[in-house]
Design a protein around this ligand. Structure first.
Ligand SMILES: [Zn+2]
Length: 305
């Protein structure tokens, strides 16, 4: 299996979730072994950032990366689209400090990437594969990971809300499955939080155009949901984006229970910090196609959270 990049540069613009202003972004092809690299241009010049798990400086409203005083917010849906579509090498140029929120999903990014075209490069793809079962737990929320040739996510959410409740989805993430099943699922928030944020000058770009908003009982968006279980689908999307901060794609079978950006990042930092125990770098040969076995999970090794 070869590394990939995009055929040529593509531009896109949209509203920034934080600022409420139009932000621009350009995606460019990148040479083999580049991985995902951000070029962030502000009044202070251009900074290059190759994201690592430790570069996450905030997970409140969305995932924010920071390095040496420059930062970029709302990266998770674009990163999910890049990893979901199995693009290894790409340069992301941003003017300002955030990625446009678009419609709150990764659907527009997937369309852009498909439109411009994804091309194979000559070097083989390298991935990090979970080497040893691991469980990461905090406040009753957990992520269990075990070795798997591919990326399989088995996600459960439980919200004490009549429109959400308990939702479960298990999915082998291929570009086709990503594009058709999770890429269009939107982020969601609660009206009381949105009102609080707006009154504090935060999430100025957040609206019913780029999120599912719920009051105490109902979905407030006029057109309702895109899928009955849009919430768990979006959580899978976020998980893929949050796992995109290693210098190669992550493979494994992940069972995720009620996680969010903070726990996702805590998990990734831990396996990255103890890389020699939990991860192995694997070069994918053409014959290495994902398997679909359903074996029982071996007992996880608890890791301090
Ligand atoms: Zn999200």
């Amino acid at each position: 299996m070869k590394q990939t990049t995009i055929k040529k540069a593509i531009r896109c613009s949209g509203i920034g979730l934080h600022s409420g202003k139009v932000v621009r972004l350009t995606l460019r092809p990148a040479p083999e072994d580049t991985g995902i690299v951000f070029h962030i241009t502000t009044d202070n010049g251009t900074h290059r950032l190759t994201p690592k798990p430790d570069d996450v400086i905030a997970t409140g409203l969305a995932t924010t990366l920071g390095l040496n005083g420059s930062s970029v917010a709302t990266v998770e849906h674009l990163l999910a689209a890049i990893r979901g579509m199995q693009i290894d090498n790409i340069q992301i140029d941003i003017e300002g400090n955030e990625i446009p929120i678009m419609d709150g999903s990764a659907g527009s990014f997937v369309l852009l990437l498909k439109d411009v075209g994804i091309v194979k490069q000559s070097k083989a793809r390298e991935v990090y594969r979970i080497k040893k079962p691991v469980k990461f737990e905090r406040d009753g929320k957990w992520i269990k990971a075990k070795p798997h040739n591919g990326l399989r996510i088995d996600y459960t959410i439980e919200f004490d809300h009549p429109a959400i409740g308990r939702q479960t989805m298990e999915l082998e993430i291929t570009p086709e499955a990503f594009a058709s099943t999770v890429s269009k699922a939107r982020t969601f928030g609660f009206l009381r939080e949105v009102e609080y944020l707006h009154s504090n000058g935060l999430a100025l770009g957040g609206s019913l155009d780029n999120a599912i908003v719920l009051d105490e009982y109902n979905v407030l968006n006029e057109d309702g949901l895109r899928y009955e279980d849009e919430f768990v689908r979006h959580k899978i999307l976020d998980f893929i984006g949050d796992m995109a901060l290693l210098d190669a794609p992550l493979q494994g079978h992940f069972q995720v229970h009620c996680s969010g950006h903070a726990l996702n990042n805590g998990f990734l930092r831990t396996v990255h910090e103890h890389k020699s125990i939990y991860l192995e770098k694997v070069t994918l040969t053409e014959a290495a196609v994902p398997t679909h076995e359903h074996e029982e999970a071996p007992a996880g090794t608890p890791v301090a959270a």
